[in-house]
Design a protein. Structure first.
Lengths: 356, 323
């Protein structure tokens, strides 16, 4: 965790400022507790804790080797039962996380989709683009984790042509703190391998403790991205989650597959994918929509990520579509009105097809 | 013939039907090498041999299965390298796809998901895929590395082709075993409860209920029809959103995709969301009150009527015919 924070600091991002806020809260709460302490002995211990935590936390911001002092202060708090929440935040038990939620812009789920006959890629102009519904569960889960880990940040990350910014904006209106859009003409036609390469580089660039994404996209439905990102980032894969909890530096996930359910856990940083219906994604409030306008949004090009354009795009894809055809309409169809014999007629049909 | 690596699924000490389908397809493009990770037994070996696995590689190190993803990927990457496999076949389940994805990154190789057929050509292995919920059929191949292919269940009927296999225990598992800390650990597992019915993706018959079912308790009618047909029960999103049936049974764009021999849609209008999950079923029967319901565009046999009278009659008739 210290390493992560140090890295964030190097990029002059939020955590340093957030830690300062936390330190101020510690100071205030500890001082209040000290003043309210019923006897002198206890008051003295609390005052000592204030000094330790303050010193430790400030040092923590700039230096990763002083956690012990912070923890000494925090454990004093813990013993006395004051300022526990804030203390835990600094001790790392309630973690300040940088959560990256990946979102993909896809053709509206309710629309017909087709391949562009020219290059066999998804014809994105043929249908309205929307934020992938399965990714809204990831954004919601990221926001919930942020809310239960005060001081955490949610960054939404997307890759795609210019209109994909609309999906990122949607996530900002839901409550994400900042948006990062990887956009580059060379990306057109990228396969899953190239996409995972770009996203992994972008995630490292942004800095992260936790990556959250939907278990698959509703257009390609490959269901490989979370696993690919874990492999590329070299971090644990805690995927197919129907429940996610972060406790200190550990993420616990209820993993659901056709084989059943498994309780799994991993150390942060990690990649989590969430299943549909893990939560109920919030609708953006009016306040959220207004606030989104002033939230930081940045774009990243391949050059900024240090990726050679020859590694991505249609020409670099490791798979190629030879041909595609619209599925022909089904053969002979029979439609009958139920005249009291509907069930019998179905049974006759099934028997004629040797399905009974 | 060239080796084709097949990842074996062993559930409750027996080989799953999806694996038998993979072996059947693998034989079309080469010589199947079955990779069994955990749970190998003489029964498992016997079944794999009966379906044509000329080589069976076993890795019974418990550590491999105790982490998510990486252990299996390590083994498969080794097998591909050691045997110069021309393809890797896995089941198109959520886990199968995850393993395929990691393996593709590890080997920098093309990954093709949801294949329904495979063929050997002069340009290497070509797969047929059904995309956009079955509305489009695509032929594709890998242009880099060994093709890593996940195959949708029920794509092919398993065919026996007995061989005398070579069985080897994979050695060097200590090199393949995984550092804890960098991987998610499995703390406990709870097997899925099937209620005696076949799994939704594996079932050869699926009976599904939608908005027209009307209430949670009315789903017992759908279940009853499913049981006389030894079918799995599915539901439309309207039904699962209403809380009438568990979300895990949702067939559609954002739920499960099924491709059974027979799909019976009861009280389902057939919005594109639903069709995307079932339109590759071989035979589709639909019952709906609304003659204009889009489900009838797909149905080989449709009845315009009330499912609450049609289904009981159908159940009765099936019972009669089955004696």
């Amino acid at each position: 965790m210290q390493r992560q924070i140090a890295e964030h600091d190097a990029r002059k991002r939020l955590p340093r400022r957030k830690l300062r806020v936390v330190v101020r809260v510690v100071e205030r709460r500890a001082t209040e507790s000290a003043e309210a302490a019923p006897n002198t002995g206890r008051r003295k211990i609390l005052q000592r804790a204030v000094v330790l935590v303050k010193a430790g936390a400030f040092a923590h911001i700039g230096n990763e080797h002083v956690t012990q002092r912070t923890q000494a202060g925090v454990s004093l708090f813990g013993r006395i039962g004051a300022g526990i929440h804030v203390g835990h935040a600094i001790a790392g038990r309630v973690r300040l996380m940088r959560i990256v939620a990946c979102v993909k812009q896809v053709p509206d789920t309710w629309s017909e989709k087709r391949l562009d006959p020219a290059d066999q890629t998804l014809d994105r102009a043929a249908a309205d683009g929307v934020i992938d519904e399965l990714d809204t569960y990831a954004v919601e889960e990221a926001l919930r984790l942020k809310e239960s880990h005060e001081g955490s940040t949610v960054v939404v990350l997307g890759m795609g042509p210019a209109p994909a910014a609309e999906s990122l904006r949607k996530a900002l209106t839901m409550g994400a703190d900042e948006a990062v859009h990887v956009v580059d003409d060379a990306l057109h036609g990228s396969d899953a391998l190239a996409t995972s390469l770009v996203l992994a580089k972008a995630i490292e660039h942004v800095g992260y403790d936790l990556v959250v994404l939907g278990s698959e996209s509703t257009d390609a439905r490959m269901g490989v991205m979370a696993a690919m990102l874990a492999e590329r980032l070299g971090v644990p894969q805690a995927t197919l989650a129907s429940k996610v909890e972060v406790d200190g530096s550990t993420v616990r996930v209820q993993r659901v597959t056709a084989a059943g359910q498994a309780d799994i856990e991993a150390e942060l940083p990690a990649v989590v994918s969430v299943l549909e219906k893990i939560n109920e994604p919030r609708y953006p409030s009016f306040k959220g929509i207004m606030a989104a306008k002033s939230k930081p949004t940045s774009t990243l090009s391949l050059a900024e990520l240090g990726i050679d354009p020859a590694q991505v795009g249609l020409a670099a894809a490791a798979t190629t579509v030879i041909d595609s055809t619209q599925r022909p309409a089904r053969g002979e169809r029979t439609l009958v009105n139920d005249e009291g014999d509907g069930g019998t007629r179905i049974a006759e049909f099934l028997a004629s097809r040797k399905l009974l | 013939m060239a080796d084709v690596a097949v990842l074996v699924d062993v559930t409750e000490s027996s080989v799953g039907k999806p694996t038998l389908e993979l072996l059947t397809l693998a034989r079309r493009i080469g010589s199947p090498v079955a990779v069994v990770i955990g749970g190998s037994s003489s029964d498992v070996v016997e079944t794999l041999a009966r379906y044509g696995a000329s080589t069976i590689l076993t890795a019974d190190d418990e550590k491999l299965a105790s982490v998510v993803g990486a252990g299996v990927v390590n083994v498969l990457a080794d097998v591909v390298a050691a045997r110069s496999a021309v393809a890797v076949l896995l089941e198109s389940s959520a886990q199968g796809k995850e393993i395929a994805g990691r393996l593709a990154v590890r080997l920098d190789a093309g990954v093709l998901t949801d294949a329904v057929d495979v063929a050997a050509t002069d340009d290497g292995v070509v797969v047929e895929q059904s995309v956009f919920g079955g509305s489009t059929v695509v032929h594709a191949r890998a242009t880099r590395g060994v093709p890593i292919i996940t195959v949708r269940t029920n794509s092919v009927a398993p065919e026996e082709s007995p061989v005398s296999p070579t069985v080897e225990a994979l050695s060097g598992s200590e090199q393949r075993s995984v550092e804890s800390g960098r991987h998610a650990r499995v703390l406990s597992r709870t097997p899925a409860v099937s209620g005696g019915r076949p799994g939704l993706t594996e079932a050869s018959v699926v009976v599904a209920g939608g908005r027209g079912v009307g209430a949670a308790e009315k789903f017992s009618l759908i279940e009853e029809l499913a049981d006389v047909l030894s079918a799995a029960v599915g539901a439309s999103r309207a039904a699962t959103d209403a809380g009438w049936y568990p979300h895990a049974a949702q067939v559609g764009q954002t739920g499960v995709t099924v491709a059974p021999q027979l799909y019976i849609a009861c009280g389902i209008s057939g919005a594109i969301q639903h069709r995307a999950g079932m339109q590759t079923a071989k035979t589709i029967v639909a019952i709906n009150k609304d003659a204009e319901a889009p489900i009838f565009e797909l149905a080989d046999f449709g009845v315009v009527g009330d499912l609450h009278t049609v289904v009981p009659q159908l159940i009765e008739e099936i019972r009669k015919r089955k004696g």
